[in-house]
Design a protein around this ligand. Structure first.
Ligand code: FA5
Ligand code: MG
Length: 434
């Protein structure tokens, strides 16, 4: 579909970028047909993608020239290029930043040893295309296929999709950068005189510090290398004086696992998850003689810390007031975000009785609000829930905060959107507005 109304040409923006944004629909849903970037899927009982969500596909913020997410991706890539160089002086890591965002449940979960009944597979947490396909929930979904293809050191950069509550630090689409490195014994230890004394593998007990198949020393060496690489990255982006901390973590696909946190406005925020790859993943991908580490970081989180960007929705802004602040060719150029303008929020509540004999999930309502209200919605939260014994019905009250990032909103405008949300909730979720 071609959108013919051209509101305004944004000064400083690239024309080609705007054309793409307005004139092509990279993904759409009509009836049971879901189309994503040239591939067609048939929807079924698991389908829960909405047109509004699909409209984010193809924006590829991490590939847009001068976009802050691209600057951060470039800086991470540059760091990895410098850290890992082949004997001939070439970067060891390859970069994969245009992989299709629709993956199979095998890629997103099974290949990563995520159990069949694991909560992360829930329909209420993911955007499913159908029973067998979903929009990737993390870039780890591509680990196994790339290892099978023979890559030993690689980065995957891409958009990821999760059904989540909406606030200044959560958005249903964000961007991750994944790093994977597989090492042979020789690569991990260099050349020692007595190489026979060193081993990657043994038939031992799994402990909190290493997998049963790994020697304690090999696992420890990998941990030191991984943490050193990631701390070096944080230091090179945020400076030596920035305080960070390691926290023990759990992922089904790594052991042991850690998260790196940094303080943003006095609060500890998770920057990445990482760990020593489960050997079974490597074995399933046909690799026998190597040990691996992996990490996955959120580009928005790093960009928010690096540039002081206060709201995750700003990354989607097409306003030149925002974009022009990052218009520099060298990604290492220092920059700090200056608010374009601040407008007062409009707050409206909505209360309804949940349907009696039909399943209802708050995530469905969050999607609905987002699809009707679009970027006018700053936050939706459940503020009250009670059950009336007399009616045998449960009531939910949600608070919706409306705020436009770029101009003043009138109460009439907000009322109109709010009314459409009420109507759509009543007709599609079978709730009765109170
Ligand atoms: C993962 O997605 C794992 N795949 C990461 C990983 C890769 C672990 C390889 C081990 C080995 P997690 O859900 O914690 O884990 O997300 C990873 C990072 O993405 C977080 O640390 C954070 O930086 C970012 N992130 C997670 N959720 C959000 C969100 N809702 N909004 C913005 N960024 C987020
Ligand atoms: Mg996490």
């Amino acid at each position: 579909m071609v959108v013919v109304v051209f509101h305004r040409i944004l000064p400083g923006s690239r024309f080609s970028q705007i054309t793409r944004l307005l004139s092509t629909k990279a993904a759409s849903i009509s009836g049971s047909k879901v189309e994503v970037l040239g591939r067609e899927y048939t929807g079924d009982h698991m389908t829960n993608v909405t047109s509004h969500l699909l409209s984010h596909i193809g924006r590829d913020l991490h590939l847009q020239p001068y976009h802050p997410l691209r600057h951060v991706a470039q800086r991470v890539t540059q760091h990895m290029y410098c850290q890992y160089v082949s004997p001939r002086g070439n970067p060891l890591f390859s970069v994969h930043s245009q992989l299709h965002p629709v993956v199979t449940t095998h890629q997103n979960f099974d290949s990563l040893l995520i159990p069949k009944d694991h909560i992360s597979r829930k329909k209420s947490d993911n955007f499913y295309i159908n029973e067998t396909h979903l929009l990737r929930a993390h870039t780890s979904a591509h680990q196994s296929e790339l290892i099978k293809m023979g890559f030993d050191n690689f980065l995957v950069i891409g958009d990821v999709y999760r059904r989540d509550s909406i606030d200044a630090s959560h958005y249903p689409v964000f961007h991750q950068l994944e790093g994977v490195r597989l090492c042979t014994l020789k690569e991990l230890y260099g050349t020692h005189q007595n190489m026979d004394a060193y081993h990657l593998f043994e038939n031992g007990e799994r402990t909190e510090h290493h997998q049963g198949v790994h020697t304690a020393e090999a696992a420890r060496r990998m941990e030191v290398e991984l943490k050193g690489c990631l701390l070096g990255l944080a230091t090179s982006l945020f400076g030596r004086d920035t305080e960070v901390r390691w926290v023990d973590a759990y992922f089904p696909f790594t052991h042991p696992s850690w998260e790196l946190e940094v303080q943003i406005n006095g609060e500890w925020v998770e920057l990445l998850g990482c760990g020593i790859m489960e050997q079974e993943i490597l074995a399933n991908a046909g690799v026998q003689d190597k040990i691996g580490w992996a990490f996955g970081l959120g580009l928005e989180r790093w960009a928010m810390k690096l540039y002081g960007i206060p709201d995750i929705r700003l990354f989607w802004s097409t306003d030149s007031g925002f974009l022009s602040q990052f218009r520099f060719d060298d990604s290492a150029t220092p920059a700090s975000y200056k608010p374009v303008s601040k407008y007062n929020p409009c707050i409206n509540d909505i209360s309804f009785w949940l349907p009696k004999d039909q399943k209802y999930e708050s995530a469905d309502f969050y999607d609905l609000v987002r699809s009707v209200g679009g970027s006018l919605v700053e936050q939706v939260s459940l503020v009250d829930s009670f059950t009336s014994p007399k009616k045998q019905l449960t009531s939910h009250c949600y608070r919706i905060v409306y705020r436009h990032m770029e101009r003043v909103l009138t109460q009439e405008e907000v009322n109109e959107v709010h009314r459409r949300i009420e109507q759509k909730a009543a007709s599609t979720l079978q709730v009765s507005i109170r």
